[in-house]
Write a protein that binds this ligand. Structure first.
Ligand SMILES: Nc1nc2c(ncn2[C@@H]2O[C@H](COP(=O)(O)OP(=O)(O)OP(=O)(O)O)[C@@H](O)[C@H]2O)c(=O)[nH]1
Ligand SMILES: [Mg+2]
Length: 468
């Protein structure tokens, strides 16, 4: 996303956007969030963090669209304002913007206003200014003076309200003050949170103020929309893969009491589930361009269900070629046919199963393991319902948080409980179908082309993204 293009012909000049404002209002944070990268600049809860103008380019599909310029915060607006007024008094014939030009060309190295001069220089070179406001602050004189100087540049300005959460009355006051400067096109943009809608609105507002760049900006908006949808879809698909992977996992376990063998199986299962979740977490972070240190995930409490193939599960009946309404199915449901059959069946009698159920040898091959296991008295050890539910709910919660986390966020995201999330409709049908298809554990062409699998995947993905 960040590309540098030093030699561009003028007729293709990129839109230049300067991000300006008082110190510590979230300028660098805004740029990080717009770039979706934690790499840009330094963010600190202290004044004067950014010391120089820094540039980043935003592209749409490798075509550079605009330059963003991070600037040092304005610190001493009173001195700046007084200095500009003095210059104005001396050169009455110059236009306001020319006074600013004069100021930046004549400022001395180590001048107390050197920092401010860097900002004004960038302002004069830009097409539009994003003026970042910490709305928690009242409209103090220093902000008024700052705005007086910035408007003197005659550039379009979009005030961006930051720290808006729970500060609606302050926000309303700021709007009133800015209206005095004819600034009605404003934007609410929490710079440490990400909302695709807010980003889109920002570009749309720039489009209305700098019409000459309307078309490239539209391209950028469309590109970012596609990218955003792809990101969310990739995230949801990755979580779905985790659920499939764990639900299909099984270990066979004899019913004979063997405590050591059992506890080994249990450990393997716990290990498997935890590693699978860690792996998913890692991939989700990579998809959304965050690092492992952004999230702290509490160990999942894995429980191991003992699961026996439910020979009457509707999916199984169907797989055996039994129509639920058929006489054979009714016999099965009554317990007679199948009980007899399973109880008395040797492995060689497999074809008899086919005969009874009206299904062929291929069906037996598919379910052979279950039948063998039932005959031998084997149980399957697998992650139980609660574990699968916790996995799903936690990952859904994480996915939602990552979708709305700005790249300027400094706090660690904690994934432990997820009370407000909902399981998808038909959850039990989904997990039971997955258990009956252990070969789906790994992706394969056969799996991905199976209509039953596609339906399950679409349901899980859909429910993971339902409140986007
Ligand atoms: N809670 C919250 N904190 C924010 C938000 N935006 C910025 N911050 C915090 O505010 C502090 C300053 O953010 P910066 O992005 O460094 O601000 P800046 O305007 O670039 O600061 P200077 O470069 O010093 O002028 C950091 O601690 C940020 O984490 C926000 O929307 N919400
Ligand atoms: Mg900064």
């Amino acid at each position: 996303m960040i590309v540098r293009h030093p030699h561009r012909p003028d007729h293709h000049a990129l839109l230049n956007i300067a991000v300006v404002g008082h110190t510590n209002t979230g300028k660098t944070s805004l740029i990080r969030t717009m770039l979706r990268s934690t790499e840009f600049g330094i963010i600190e809860d202290a004044a004067g963090t950014t010391r120089h103008v820094e540039q980043a380019t935003i592209a749409a599909d490798n075509e550079p669209i605009l330059n963003l310029y991070d600037t040092p915060g304005l610190e001493d607006s009173r001195a700046l304002f007084a200095h500009i007024k003095k210059l104005q008094a001396k050169s009455r014939l110059l236009l306001p913007a020319q006074i600013l030009e004069h100021f930046v060309t004549h400022v001395a190295v180590n001048d107390p206003l050197e920092q401010e001069a860097k900002v004004i220089r960038q302002v004069l070179r830009s097409d539009i200014l994003l003026y970042i406001i910490d709305v928690r602050e009242p409209f103090l004189e220093k902000y008024r003076l700052e705005l007086d100087v910035l408007t003197q540049s005659a550039k379009a300005i979009i005030p961006v309200f930051n720290f808006i959460a729970e500060h609606q009355p302050e926000l309303a006051k700021w709007r009133q003050h800015l209206a005095v400067y004819h600034m009605h096109v404003t934007l609410e943009f929490d710079t440490v949170a990400f909302s695709f809608e807010a980003e889109k609105r920002l570009y749309q507002k720039i489009q209305t103020l700098v019409e000459s760049h309307y078309t490239p900006l539209q391209k950028l908006i469309d590109y970012r929309a596609t990218l955003w949808n792809q990101l969310c879809l990739s995230g949801a698909k990755r979580v779905t893969e985790l659920i499939v992977n764990v639900a299909c996992y099984r270990e066979s376990k004899t019913t004979k009491n063997n405590l050591i063998a059992d506890s080994l199986i249990e450990n393997r299962l716990h290990d498997f589930v935890r590693k699978a979740e860690q792996h998913c977490l890692h991939d989700l972070l990579a998809i959304f361009n965050f690092s492992d240190k952004d999230v702290a995930i509490q160990k999942i409490p894995v429980s191991d269900g003992q699961w026996q193939l439910d020979i009457f599960a509707p999916g199984i009946l169907k797989a055996y070629g039994l129509d639920v309404g058929s006489a054979a199915a009714k016999g099965a449901a009554a317990g007679a046919g199948i009980d007899l059959m399973v109880g008395g069946m040797s492995l060689g009698a497999a074809s008899a199963l086919g005969a009874i159920a009206g299904a062929g040898w291929s069906t037996f091959r598919r379910y052979g393991d279950e039948i063998k296991a039932t005959v031998k008295g084997t149980k399957w050890q697998c992650a139980d319902e609660t574990t699968l539910q916790i996995l799903y709910l936690r990952q859904k919660h994480l996915l939602k948080k990552l979708m709305h986390r700005g790249h300027a966020a400094q706090d660690t995201l904690h994934v432990d409980k997820a009370d407000s999330e909902k399981l998808p409709d038909n959850w039990h049908k989904i997990t039971s179908a997955l258990r009956q298809n252990p070969v789906w554990q790994e992706a394969s062409v056969a799996r991905n082309n199976s209509p039953q699998f596609q339906e399950i995947e679409a349901k899980l993905v859909g429910s993971l993204l339902d409140e986007r």
